[in-house]
Design a protein around this ligand. Structure first.
Ligand code: ADP
Ligand code: MG
Length: 382
C-alpha cells in the first residue's frame, strides 16, 4: 500500500478512534505539457498526472452529522445534513460539501483529507480533491460514476462552490490519466487518448516560484471574457462558429481590437502546438518538444499576457542550462510553476542552478520537483 494511503488510514484512526469500514480514494495533481488557456475555448490540451495526489478516507458517520478533517490544515468541521457549512467559497470544505451535494451518500459521513499536491501552485490540487472525494462517494454509494461524468461534476463544483470558472482538463486528467502517459484531450468532443511517453532519455522538472497572486483569478476571468468577446465579433459574420476552437488565422484580421487579435492568436497557435507536441512525444523527439515549450511560453507572454517577470526569468534561465530542451510557464499565469523538459539525469543540476539564480535575484527560494511515475486515481476498501 502506498505510504500516503497508509498515512491516511492511520490519521483517520487517530481522529475517529478507529478506521473500520473506511474507503480510501486518491486522485493525482497534474502538469500540462502544453495547451494553456485552450480548454475553456473547446481546444486541445496535453496534460500528464503527477506523482503527488490527494487522499480521502471516508465512511458513513455513526452520529447523524457530517464530520470533515483536513490533515494539511489541521482543522475540522461538523455540520448537519440539510445545512451548509459556514465557509467561504474555495475553502477546502466547500469542495467536499459541493461534491456531497452532487453525489449524496446514503447518510452523513466522516471524511479525512490529506495530500501532497502543492496548494494553489497551478498543479490542480483542487481538481485532485474533487476527484478523490468523488471516488470515495462513489464507493460509499455503491454506484460507479463514469469518469467523464465525475469530471464534469467536479468542474461544476469548482464553478458553483469555489467560484473558479475552470475548464474541464484538470478533472479529466486527474480522474483518467495513466502512469507513463500524457493525455491528449479534445475539450470540444471530450474524447481523449493516452499517449505513451518513453521517458528513458528525459525528465520533467517542475519548479514552483511560490508566487501566489490574487490577480491570477481575476485575470483568468478577464481572459475568458476577452475570448467570449472575440467570439461574439467573429460570430456576427460567421454564425456557424460556436467556439474559438473553430477559428482560424484568417479570422484574426476580422477583429478590430489588437488585444483581441492577440488573444485568439494565442488560442489558435497553442492548439497547433498541442498537436505538434503529441507527435513529438510519440516520436520521442525531445528537441522538438522543447522548442514547443519555448514557443508556448512566448505566446503566453506576448499574446495572452499572463506571464510575469519572475516566470520569464525562470524559464529563460533554465533554457541556458546544459541539458534543458525547453521550459515554459504553466497554468493560469502570474506565478505558480514552470515545467522544464531536461535530459535524463540532469534534473537535479538544473533544479539547483535555476533555484539558486532565482533566489539570488528575487530573494525567495523556489521549490523544484522532478516528476516520478504518476499516481493513477482509484479507491481501496478494507
Ligand atoms: P490549485 O488547484 O492550482 O492547487 P486552487 O486554488 O484551485 O489551486 O485549489 C487549492 C485549494 O484546494 C486549496 O485552497 C484547498 O481549499 C483545496 N485543497 C487542495 N488540496 C487539499 C488538501 N490536501 N487538503 C485540503 N484542501 C485541499
Ligand atoms: Mg485548482
Amino acid at each position: 500500500m502506498p505510504d500516503m494511503e497508509q498515512a491516511a488510514r492511520e490519521a483517520f484512526a487517530q481522529w475517529r478512534g478507529s478506521a473500520d469500514s473506511i474507503v480510501v480514494a486518491r486522485a493525482p495533481g497534474r502538469v500540462n505539457l502544453v495547451g494553456d488557456h485552450t480548454d475553456y475555448n473547446d481546444g486541445l490540451v496535453l496534460p500528464m498526472i503527477l506523482d503527488r495526489a490527494v487522499y480521502v478516507a471516508a465512511r458513513i458517520s455513526s452520529d447523524g452529522s457530517h464530520h470533515f478533517w483536513s490533515e494539511n490544515y489541521r482543522e475540522g468541521v461538523t455540520y448537519s445534513p440539510g445545512q451548509w457549512p459556514k465557509v467561504r467559497p474555495g475553502h477546502w470544505v466547500s469542495y467536499i460539501a459541493g461534491m456531497i451535494q452532487e453525489l449524496p451518500p446514503p447518510g452523513p459521513i466522516e471524511l479525512l483529507v490529506m495530500g501532497n499536491v502543492p496548494l494553489g501552485a497551478g498543479l490542480s490540487s483542487s481538481a485532485a480533491l474533487e476527484m478523490a472525494t468523488g471516488l470515495a462517494l462513489e464507493a460509499l454509494r455503491g454506484k460507479p460514476v463514469p469518469p467523464l461524468e465525475l469530471a464534469q461534476i467536479g468542474q461544476r463544483v469548482e464553478h458553483r462552490y469555489a467560484g473558479v470558472k475552470c475548464g474541464i482538463m484538470d478533472q479529466i486528467v486527474s480522474r483518467a490519466g495513466r502512469t507513463g502517459h500524457a493525455l491528449f484531450l479534445d475539450c470540444h468532443s471530450l474524447n481523449w487518448e493516452h499517449i505513451p511517453i518513453q521517458s528513458k532519455d528525459t525528465q520533467f522538472l517542475v519548479i514552483d516560484s511560490r508566487i501566489r497572486r490574487q490577480l491570477a483569478t481575476s485575470k483568468y476571468n478577464e481572459r475568458r471574457a476577452e475570448c467570449q468577446k472575440a467570439l461574439e465579433y467573429i460570430r456576427a459574420s460567421n454564425v456557424a462558429i460556436t467556439s474559438l476552437r473553430h477559428v482560424g488565422d484568417h479570422h484574426v484580421k476580422e477583429l478590430k481590437e489588437s488585444i483581441l487579435q492577440r488573444r485568439i492568436r494565442h488560442v489558435i497557435s497553442e492548439n497547433k502546438r498541442v498537436k505538434a507536441a503529441c507527435s513529438a512525444v510519440i516520436h520521442s523527439d525531445w528537441s522538438r518538444l522543447g522548442r514547443i515549450f519555448s514557443l508556448s511560453h512566448e505566446s503566453l507572454r506576448e499574446d495572452y499576457e499572463v506571464s510575469c517577470k519572475e516566470m520569464d526569468f525562470m524559464a529563460a534561465y533554465a533554457e541556458l542550462c546544459p541539458g534543458v530542451f525547453g521550459a515554459r510557464m504553466m497554468g493560469g499565469g502570474f506565478g505558480g510553476c514552470t515545467i522544464n523538459l531536461v535530459r535524463a539525469g540532469e534534473g537535479p543540476a538544473v533544479a539547483a542552478s535555476v533555484t539558486a539564480a532565482y533566489e539570488d535575484k528575487y530573494k525567495q527560494k523556489p521549490v523544484a520537483h522532478i516528476i516520478g511515475p504518476g499516481i493513477e486515481a482509484g479507491c481501496s476498501y478494507d
